[in-house]
Design a protein around this ligand. Sequence first.
Ligand SMILES: Cc1ncc(COP(=O)(O)O)c(C=O)c1O
Length: 475
Amino acid sequence: MTFKTFFQADAATRLYEQVMDYIQVRIERGEWKEHEKLPSVRRLSEELGVHRLTVFRAYQELKNKDKIYVKDKSGYYVQPANGQKDREPADDPVYGSWLQADNLARIHAIQVDYQFSKSLIDPALLPNRFWAELMVNMFREYPRLPGTYSTVQGDAELREELAAHFSNTGLFHLTADELLITSGGQQAIDVTARTLIRPGDRVLVERPAYGPAMEIFRRQGARLLTADIRPDGYDMERIEQCMRTEKPRLFYINPTFHNPTGFTVPAAQRKLLPELAERYGCVILEDDSTYDIHFGYKTPPPVFTYATTGHVIYIRSYSKYVAPGLRIAAVACRGDHLPGLLAAKSLTDNGSPLLNQKLFLQYFRSPRMQQHLEKLCTALQLRKEAMERCLADSGWTWHSPAGGLNLWVQLPRQVDMRRFLQAALAQSVSFIPGHVFDPLGSAENPHIRLSYPFANEGQIREGMQRLLSVYESIH
Ligand SMILES: Cc1ncc(COP(=O)(O)O)c(C=O)c1O
């Protein structure tokens, strides 16, 4: 089932009918289950950015159609299906998983021995043993740390350090005042979306795209438009035409070791993107969560490097490859975005934990950070190559990525993805079906995403052998 984008500003349907659709889709997908309490009128109206009366009317109409029921003074509940069409697919933990908003998390939650679905780095490759030492130093330097809130914008020392780092590495010059610290890249996308997107706005995304970002934009009521990302980058004509005619508010990009494909957009296109955004009044949101994970390849500068105005917002996350437990990311922006971002961040959590920021700062300043990155890139390259060797004679095809965490593999023949995934899970191997990343939700996608950084080389060999034989057995 394709997710139904709601709140189309140009739709003929009235707003309360769109809200009804939205509620029904979530019920059909099993996100709101039989007899489960629905959000209050006030909460849903805030979430969707519509008037309370609109939500009230939608609830009333659904009640009249026996889709939901009311318990006095308690609220609205999902009516059981009773004799209606079998709802097995949405209840199935695996098939349901890619019908749901948090589809990636659901597949990840299934325990397997050969983990190729998590685009996460094996904790054994992360610098765990230094943290205890850093922690002691940190408390010596800042004895009152647990008793202190961070500012909403984030620790000033950390922002100074990051600003100096971006400048010293020749990427871009900005001041600490132009940086915001968030709890990971995910929160940065969310905060930006809350700041910039209103229901009915158009948001251009790559196809395929990082699934949770699409869900954030949809939840804001955005209508998604797509531009393909290919091994050689974007179709710039398509992007320009789309910006000219559709006037998207935001273009969300992940141009460096793109998740899920691993593709990297060339520098020539990076230079052009800020110009286009400025010309057509669009804001580019550049998500960069694996910038330092490259395999002997000179990573091109971020798109943000070429931006002279506020038309590009840049997210650099360190959570994946330095310390997932600390979840540190920085948002860099010029122009007048910061007050809006600060307001959204303050409503979210009033500032990321200071302890995490100071601890990260200790590490970021130390020479260990660079040493860690060098070792990590080598280890990940070895894992990537191990996985590629397993696929060498399989007939499966992919573009070997120059960095990042994933192989985007095209299967030689179309299979029923649901059966393939279930059979693989039964053999304790996981992967992500390609259509999870498809903004258009096409079930015909012949790709799967295989992540190599979580499993060690032995596990990669065994797991890939199992996966290939499962595939051969599926018709
Ligand atoms: C493209 C992309 N953006 C954002 C995130 C979330 O990053 P973080 O873990 O820093 O919240 C991820 C994590 O998988 C990602 O792949």
